[in-house]
Design a protein around this ligand. Sequence first.
Ligand SMILES: [Zn+2]
Length: 342
Amino acid sequence: MNDALAPDSATLHQALVTLDTHIDIPWPPGPDPFADGPRKVDIPKMVRGGLSAGCFVAYVPQASRTVANEDAAYARAIAMLDHINAMGRTEAGITARVTPTANEIEAAKRDGVCAIVPCVENGFAVGADLSRIGEFRARGARYLTLTHNGHNALADSCNPRRDLGDRESEHGGLSALGRAAVAELNRVGMIVDVAHTSRDTMQQAAEVSRTPIVSTHSCVSALCDHPRNMQDWQLDIIRSVKGVIQITAVSAFLRPNARPEDVTVADFANHVDYAVKRIGIDHVGISSDFDGGGWFSDWRDAGDSANVTAELVRRGYDRGALEKLWGGNFLRVMRVVEEEAA
Ligand SMILES: [Zn+2]
């Protein structure tokens, strides 16, 4: 680190709304989020790392698509959303607040409290009952990741689950139900997240959605060819629909087959640089996938978040650019989705 720059980037980091758009929670419920414990993101680490806001996901693993399994997935998502909402409290002088809107995220920063944004990962939890999307929204959820690993009733995944009988493609992208689900997400004010989806699903979601789509945790294929990463033509679609790709801290998405301990924030910043050069500063953001597989040598947990800013400052990103990358672009999409909701 250039010591002459370090104090400036640290001060700048503290001044920014810093939103990490993909963080898992332990399930069944694990260590207290107000304890500085084994979680990569807990409230003390957010404070220490100057991370002002996080999207915490109710993630449900894919299972065989029986009605019983879909019902269980829904019940789990609801229980996890309730758990995420319960993080909004004050303990030992530290306050976390559930902030489902862009304005509330910014207000939390002004008030010096941690902002918690509930979200849902894997449309499997929707089953065939689109009214569940409104139930997620009623619990503050702001995005739905359409798939995880494995196709579901809504859409094809980029990682078919052969063990569950998946072929390469089942729906050819979005199913008819999946198209209706996108419309329902638009109606209730949830963002369509295409991380984990097949490329056809992503392209169709961009066409069908009335609001910008996002990938909340992906990197770029040009630097690391991986099914979870976006090819150049997909980045171009993100720009054309005014969406955003949130570059993520998963080592194997950043460098082929890399171990986390061998990856640095420079590798992460290479993906940010590439995406910014390709589609512009307004369509790129930052995520960790902490507690879901993301971390690397100098961004091990939320307490290290200032290292990301330091590297980006070294590469010449100014305050305005950092504001956009660290949350401004995602907040812009949130606002559009809020305004378009019926
Ligand atoms: Zn994920």
